[in-house]
Design a protein around this ligand. Structure first.
Ligand code: CMX
Length: 435
């Protein structure tokens, strides 16, 4: 039974050859024309990045190393008595493309527990943040500060050869993931109360520890929810803001802590990960205005009033997806199984019936269907994690898995610094004058 690092060391030489062969066979082939609208339109549809952990199909949604979410739920090792996949297993899959054994997963749980302590000065940084500082800003500060102990930064300063980069980057990524429960738990308790952080239990899995540090470890269903939540929020191919930012920043050979700190700052935007918080804020406002068991008519009117005020309906639409997000469906299945009578879940289900038709009628959104964020908040709130401003921190914990897997491969494959070409409007006008 090899460890993850040993398995990677086996896989890297063959993958270097695989990329060489792919480039030799297809390197000069074209994806088709690039049009000016793509430069103004947020680069939508522009093929621009290599991202191996996952690929997104507009209709089907995400596949992690070729596997759909239901396939991952079936195939990946679970906790004893649990039915959701362990994020440890998903990380192994993202990094190697292989489904790990139960034993390999247990080794990862132990390794992350052993690496989980955060430096005292990072604890102090968090303790000194005012509780009014958004949890995502605190999260990003703490992750950036972990760069103090980066193995990669030290190795680079000591003159490590390019061929060896991936080793210390792997160590940093393992440390990063391992330390996130302590960071998230500390932020949660500092901001919302809840007393002293318990210690990480090296005999338990990552999600159990995360749930316990937040104060929900004795609720088995919440622990299962964390396993599902961390698994499905981990990776959504490379072009989304948090993933691409991490890859971009790391391409300058900034270490994984600096790179992922930047990812978190992007995830904190309301059109991206902050939608996790925004959806529940919006639903709660609706509920306080309409009361429980609102009629479809009243909900419709509320949705229209959001649009007429020039706001987006949070949790709906997507830059790439064109059907209901399978991450939404996985969470809906969880709710149907564990909390079918929760009034807020009923409202989420009612909104699901109503919003797509309205967005279609409004005629602007290219995708009227719900995304991952339309469902996550209601599940967390059901178990008592009601502090909405904290939700995106959990998204961030999970997103570290996907970004880390790619950063390791980028360094193993010698990915260069990113530097796409930009143009001014004047340059575009000049280029196409008389054409
Ligand atoms: N409500 C209202 N209007 C919407 C909308 C929504 N949910 N989704 C898209 N639109 C509007 C856009 O604002 C845009 O309007 P303008 O032409 O006036 O600028 C128009 O429809 C076309 O946009 P699009 O091409 O369909 O969508 P984009 O690729 O530009 O943006 C996204 C995608 C997700 C930012 C957008 O759908 C949105 O703002 N959704 C709500 C916020 C949200 O849920 N974000 C989370 C996404 C998942 C994640 O990253 O976590």
């Amino acid at each position: 039974q090899s460890t993850l690092k040993e398995r990677l060391a086996d896989l890297i030489p063959a993958e270097i050859e695989n990329v060489k062969a792919t480039r030799a066979a297809h390197g000069k082939k074209s994806f088709g024309p690039v049009i000016v609208d793509q430069l103004y339109g947020g680069m939508r549809g522009l093929p621009a990045l290599i991202w191996d952990g996952s690929v997104l199909d507009a209709d089907e949604g995400i596949r992690f190393r070729g596997k759909t979410i239901p396939e991952c739920q079936e195939l990946l090792p679970k906790a004893p008595g649990g039915s959701e996949p362990l994020p440890e297993a998903l990380f192994w899959l993202l990094v190697t493309g292989e489904v790990p054994t139960q034993e390999q997963v247990a080794t990862l749980s132990k390794e992350w527990a052993a690496r989980s302590a955060i430096p005292e000065f990072v604890e102090e940084i968090l303790d000194r943040c005012p509780p009014t500082l958004h949890p995502m800003s605190q999260f990003s500060l703490a992750v950036t500060a972990l760069n103090h102990d980066s193995a990669f930064a030290k190795a680079y300063a000591a003159g490590i050869s390019k061929k060896e980069y991936w080793g210390p980057v792997f160590e940093d990524c393992m440390d990063l993931i391992a330390k996130l429960p302590n960071i998230a738990g500390r932020i949660y308790r500092n901001v919302y109360g809840g007393g002293k952080l318990p210690a990480i239990d090296a005999e338990k899995d990552y999600s159990w520890n995360l749930a316990t540090l937040l104060g929900f470890g004795d609720n088995k269903e919440f622990v299962e929810l964390m396993r599902l939540y961390v698994t499905i929020h981990s990776d959504h191919e490379g072009g989304n803001v948090s993933a691409h930012t991490g890859k971009l920043v790391a391409s300058a050979l900034s270490d994984p802590f600096l790179a992922f700190g930047a990812s978190l700052n992007g995830l904190a935007g309301p059109l991206h990960g902050l939608a996790n918080q925004e959806v529940l804020v919006w639903l709660r406002k609706m509920q306080s205005k309409l009361g429980e068991n609102a009629s479809d008519e009243a909900v419709k009117e509320y949705v229209w009033s959001t649009l007429k005020a020039g706001q987006v309906v949070p949790g709906y639409g997507h830059a790439v997806l064109r059907k209901t997000d399978p991450r939404y469906m996985a969470q809906r299945e969880f709710a149907l199984k564990h909390l079918p009578d929760d009034p807020m879940f009923k409202l989420v289900a009612q909104v699901f019936k109503i919003v797509p038709d309205i967005l279609l009628a409004a005629g602007k959104a290219k995708n009227p269907w719900p995304n991952v964020d339309a469902h996550s908040g209601v599940l967390l709130a059901h178990y008592g994690l009601t502090e909405m401003q904290f939700y995106t921190v959990l998204f961030g914990v999970s997103r570290a898995f996907g970004v880390s897997a790619q950063l390791i491969w980028d360094r193993a494959l010698g990915a260069p610094i990113e530097r796409p070409k930009s143009y001014s409007t004047a340059a575009i006008q000049k280029m196409f004058a008389n054409k």
